[in-house]
Design a protein around this ligand. Structure first.
Ligand code: FMN
Length: 181
């Protein structure tokens, strides 16, 4: 089972990472899990050069090339995003834009997400779901929201959050087995 975990928060050890890590505990030992911290990477938003319209792939030579390889390798993609100004983090949005050329390439990849924030999280959820559905991914998970304020590790204010994150991971594993058995 090839699993790609994408950490979308600027804070490597923040609330979002706690949620992603908890979801990952649901995966079996034999799962091959690759992790990408977007904040460690250097890549631009889509510049709308539209080269991909003729080449069929993105020609921009930055760290997105590494993410493309990982996405194409993955059978399950788990994305974690904090809510920032009522939507996904800027890194997640940049990453999504840059997958414009991948039409059909992620079809039937199983996708799930975990989200943190305190309020106005609806658009974050909507953006992540729209990303997965537009790529014709199989949207899984069970909906994991961590109610947090701004401090690091404050997730314990929401006792259900980690359980929901784990349930999300479990559901992704369940869907994987439904498809692959
Ligand atoms: C620039 C910025 C904007 C934010 N906007 C919102 C918001 O609109 N709604 C919300 O609930 N939380 C918002 N937050 C709070 C974060 O979503 C919350 O603290 C989250 O748990 C941070 O995740 P992290 O610990 O992984 O960085 C914002 C935080 C930052 C830094």
């Amino acid at each position: 089972m090839n699993v790609l975990a994408i950490y979308g928060s600027p804070r490597r050890g923040g609330n979002t990472a706690l949620m992603v890590n908890e979801a990952l505990t649901a995966f079996p030992r034999e799962a091959d899990i690759h992790s990408i911290f977007l904040s460690d990477l250097s890549f631009t938003a889509c510049g709308s050069c539209r080269e991909c319209k003729t080449t069929g792939y993105c020609v921009v030579d930055d760290d997105m090339q590494r993410i493309y390889k990982e996405m194409l390798w993955a059978e399950v993609i788990l994305i974690g995003s904090p809510t920032q100004f009522s939507d996904v983090s800027a890194d997640i949005k940049k990453m999504m834009e840059r997958t414009w050329w991948m039409k059909g390439e992620l079809k039937n990849t199983i996708g799930g997400y975990v989200v943190t924030g305190r309020r106005y999280m609806e658009s974050t959820i909507n953006t992540l779901q729209a990303f997965m559905l537009r790529h014709r991914m199989i949207l899984g998970g069970s909906g994991a929201l961590g109610y947090t304020f701004t401090e690091m590790g404050i997730l314990e204010n929401d006792p259900l959050a980690l359980q929901d994150a784990k349930n999300t991971g479990m559901r992704l594993v369940e869907i994987y087995h439904l498809i692959h058995n």
